[in-house]
Design a protein around this ligand. Sequence first.
Ligand SMILES: O=c1ccn([C@H]2C[C@H](O)[C@@H](COP(=O)(O)OP(=O)(O)OP(=O)(O)O)O2)c(=O)[nH]1
Ligand SMILES: [Mg+2]
Length: 149
Amino acid sequence: MNTTNLPVKVINQSKHVLPSYQTEHSAGMDLRANLEAPVILKPLQRALIPTGLFIELPEGHEAQIRPRSGLAYKHGISIVNSPGTIDADYRGEIKVLLVNLSDQDFVVEDGERVAQMVVARYERVTWAEAEVLTDTERGAGGYGSTGTK
Ligand SMILES: O=c1ccn([C@H]2C[C@H](O)[C@@H](COP(=O)(O)OP(=O)(O)OP(=O)(O)O)O2)c(=O)[nH]1
Ligand SMILES: [Mg+2]
């Protein structure tokens, strides 16, 4: 298995341990809420949850902030801007924009694992302006054009 272990500079101003991979091949590290007091999310309310983490990603890498499926399934908790993007040149605190999509209040506790962070390489492009694009079988088909079965 060819996995990388890229060093990422981090400042941890939270009262919690650094995020870590929960299993041998987890793609994401769970991020913990760093709160003075619990945050109550009413149905359809959103809140920016601080993590107390500040990172410096290597050039050519981003971090994606993604929901956790357990919280989503059990409590309807998701992330409004999913997947959130942490840019390599961002030096601020990582925050998680949670939303409560259930019909019941949800309490975010200090130290709770509210999201997961996946570090990924990205490409940047330059435009090559053109008059026509290559013909393909799909063409402009989308939005279910291939059927459901
Ligand atoms: O879930 C998120 C998403 C973003 N950020 C931080 C890191 C990112 O580099 C910066 C800007 O994010 P984005 O580009 O998504 O926001 P924007 O609304 O376009 O703001 P800006 O004009 O600052 O780029 O905010 C977070 O901490 N959490
Ligand atoms: Mg932006």
